[in-house]
Design a protein around this ligand. Structure first.
Ligand code: SAH
Length: 356
């Protein structure tokens, strides 16, 4: 049975489901979920990410993590990545930091990854590294040690619920069956209210408000771990700066947008990350949050221009123009420079992180 059919059967039996329930099934269903079986990333996959665009991205993040580690006075620590994809970012991080004195001897790498397929790719690409590497299903299994964490395009994969207000009352957007038995979105006035006072007061009628409980819970737990064991984290994703609203649910297959209700399990489904919510969760967990700032500003502050000029000196003309265009793609406001945002979190004893 296809996942679409399974979802239709669930709705026929139980009634409409939330967008978050739909996303969970489409992405994580143990049998058919998108992240369980396919190779999503890269030219042959469905989408491309910053570490896959240029090695400089991971190198600069490696430097960021190593500087934070030195600021912490170089303790034994865990380097954690959430959703490491093909392992490219961690590979670049480890290569860029191999000459940082004592770093590789004092760290263990912990990767949080749900996808078996991607775990195997990560194992392969990282197999020649001289550091201990561990894999986990969730952040709950991470050991209690000072932590240096990075997550690139991880939070956008976590389920969101969608709400909209009209006629003076809030409605939840549900996934339901239309009269032909196809999946469609439907507003429902009756729904389980999210805990706490989450609905914004200043939203215009009919504009969609998105809420990702799992993102908030994960970030709060990270903040609590950083408060308890010390550390720093860097979260990069595309998303909302401040209080911006709207429908950001999107689905991509083979680098083309498609309806999120089309072919569940066979296409990637994501939503914009609400950095305001993440920052609040960091504070609730007791950590300090910096930013978010744009990816363009962060990478320029980290020295991307100098690093690319150095790399280009060693290359022929064709490679030079490739480096130039990949750097432009990462930092230019028309491409990934502004839509992608960076948030840093640290424990209270750390100074403001480099790059912010
Ligand atoms: N960071 C990588 C990959 C981004 S794609 C890059 O920048 O290229 C999202 C990644 O998060 C994939 O590795 C996916 O398998 C993983 N992932 C998605 N949801 C997850 C979850 N709930 N828990 C753990 N890993 C998850």
């Amino acid at each position: 049975m296809s996942l679409a059919q399974k979802i239709k059967d669930i709705i026929a039996e139980k009634g409409p489901i939330t967008v978050a329930e739909y996303m969970s099934l489409a992405l994580y269903d143990p049998q058919h979920g998108y992240y369980r079986k396919t190779k999503p990333i890269g030219a042959g996959g469905d989408f491309i990410t910053s570490p896959e665009i240029s090695q400089i991205f991971g190198e600069l993040i490696g430097i960021w993590l190593a500087v934070e580690w030195e600021t912490m006075e170089s303790p034994e620590a865990i380097v954690v990545e959430l959703g490491p994809g093909r392992g490219t970012l961690m590979n670049d991080i480890l290569r860029a930091t191999r000459n940082v004195q004592g770093f590789h001897e004092k760290i263990e790498v912990h990767l949080v990854e749900v996808s078996e397929v991607l775990r195997r790719e990560q194992q392969k690409i990282l197999s020649d590294k001289n550091v201990k590497i561990f894999w986990h299903e969730t952040i709950d299994d991470l050991p209690d040690k000072p932590m240096l964490l990075v997550a690139n395009e991880f939070f956008d994969a976590l389920p969101i619920r969608q709400f909209r207000k009209y006629n003076n009352s809030w409605h939840e957007i549900m996934v339901a069956l239309d009269n032909k038995g196809n999946l469609h979105f439907k507003n429902s006035e009756i729904f389980d209210k999210p805990e706490g006072d989450v609905f914004p007061a200043n939203i215009k009628d009919n504009v969609i408000f998105e809420y990702s409980k799992s993102s908030i819970q994960i970030l709060r737990k990270i903040a609590e771990k950083i408060l308890k064991n010390k550390g720093a984290g860097l979260i990069i994703d595309y998303g909302y700066s401040g209080e911006t609203f709207g429908d950001s649910l999107q689905s991509m297959k083979k680098h083309q947008f498609q309806s999120p209700l089309d072919k569940p399990g066979e296409a990637d489904i994501t939503a914009h990350v609400n950095f305001g919510h993440l920052r609040k969760a960091a504070h609730e967990g007791g950590a300090i949050a910096y930013g978010e700032i744009s990816q363009g500003d962060f990478l320029v502050n980290m020295g991307i221009e100098l690093r690319s000029a150095m790399l280009m000196k060693k290359c022929d003309e064709k490679m030079q123009s490739e480096i130039k265009s990949s750097v432009k793609r990462l930092i230019s406001p028309e491409e990934m420079g502004t839509l992608f945002r960076c948030l840093a979190i640290t424990d209270g004893d750390m100074p403001k992180p480099y790059g912010f």
